[in-house]
Design a protein around this ligand. Structure first.
Ligand code: SF4
Length: 337
């Protein structure tokens, strides 16, 4: 099990690195107090540790360190084409954290970052200023947890507590927080707000066991989604990434039927649906890190620099899946890439 999940103050993180400039921020003070038995190391800049050469992403993942840092501009980015915008043309994303406590085999972060240590940015007021600025000009859809899992990290740094009133105060903002976590504490301690969507990424249990190491089971995620629904939160179901192959195709029909035997489809906002896809550059890097992964041995098609299943295969599988999904939910509530 990932050491981050162990409930031990002393061994929670391998080490905690703190930028000199981050020392006086409230988040830093809370972390120092909470993990007082950890190995604390003061550094000049997070990139001195995070961007070191010759780091092994997979090995480091078993023994992650935390790095507290001050982010410089930009705080908000334009949403990339490989991510769903759910019909919103003004689509942005932000990252309070770099990396994630989970260890999904298909995670593109392995190809994006040189390190699997977690960087937590402490200057949240700067993020707020930029978000406020962009929403003063237009209505915005903001993905706040694409590159990480904020809900899974909530017991370490509760970013959603810090941003709750702020998000609530911006009528021009719609925020999506995507998660695989079973942590229910946020939904139990906050009232639902209209402009916040909690998007639960769900997969058949066989896929979770195969590719989503150290994440909660399907039932644990469904339980958390039901809690969020019962507390009035807008809940999106993300069926993404979908995998294709003789060994996995049969998992999906029973999974969809089970999912909607547990969650009333009328209680969810919509569904995001997308096949496994990855930029060619990230794919090449991950192939080297995970030489034994069958996922990175499959044959994919290349289109606009992105590798995914051939489009005729995607169409065939998607048709089959939509036939099942539309028994439960209108097609206009299913967003696919
Ligand atoms: S939960 Fe998402 S961000 Fe975290 S490891 Fe899995 S794919 Fe990556």
């Amino acid at each position: 099990m990932n050491r981050l999940l162990k409930n031990s103050n002393k061994y929670f993180f391998h080490s905690i690195y703190i930028e000199e400039g981050a020392l006086n921020y409230p988040i830093t003070k809370n972390i120092i107090e909470k993990y007082c038995n950890s190995n604390l190391i003061i550094i000049k800049h997070y990139k001195d540790v995070f961007n070191r050469t010759n780091q092994n992403f997979s090995v480091q993942k078993q023994n992650q360190s935390l790095i507290l840092a001050v982010k410089s501009k930009p705080f908000v980015y334009n949403g990339p084409d490989v991510c769903q915008n759910f019909g919103y043309s003004n689509f942005y994303y932000t990252s309070f954290l770099l990396n994630c406590i989970f260890d999904c085999e298909y995670c593109y972060l392995q190809g994006m970052y040189p390190s699997s240590n977690i960087v937590a940015f402490v200057n949240i007021e700067d993020f707020k200023s930029e978000i406020k600025y962009i929403t003063s000009k237009e209505s915005v859809f903001l993905a706040a947890s694409y590159d990480t899992d904020l809900i899974a990290f909530h017991n370490i740094v509760p970013y959603l507590d810090y941003f709750y009133d702020f998000f609530k105060s911006l009528p021009n903002l719609l925020v999506e927080v995507r998660t695989k976590s079973a942590n229910e504490s946020f939904y139990k301690t906050h009232k639902a707000i209209d402009n916040l969507i909690v998007a639960f990424t769900l997969s058949p249990d066989e896929i979770i066991k195969k590719y989503e190491r150290s994440t909660p089971s399907l039932d644990a995620r469904i339980k958390a989604a039901k809690t969020a629904i019962s507390m009035g939160f807008k809940v999106r179901i993300c069926l993404d990434p979908i995998f294709v192959g003789p060994d996995v195709d049969s998992f999906y029909e029973p999974f969809y039927n089970y999912l909607f035997s547990q969650i009333n489809p009328n209680d969810i906002l919509d569904i995001g649906y997308g096949f496994f896809r990855m930029s060619k550059d990230f794919f090449k890097r991950i192939e080297k890190i995970r030489p034994n992964s069958l996922l990175f041995c499959d044959d994919y098609s290349l289109k606009d620099g992105v590798l995914s299943y051939p489009s005729n295969l995607q169409e065939k599988i998607m048709k089959k899946h939509y036939e099942i999904l539309t028994k439960y939910i209108n097609e206009d509530k299913i967003f696919s890439l």
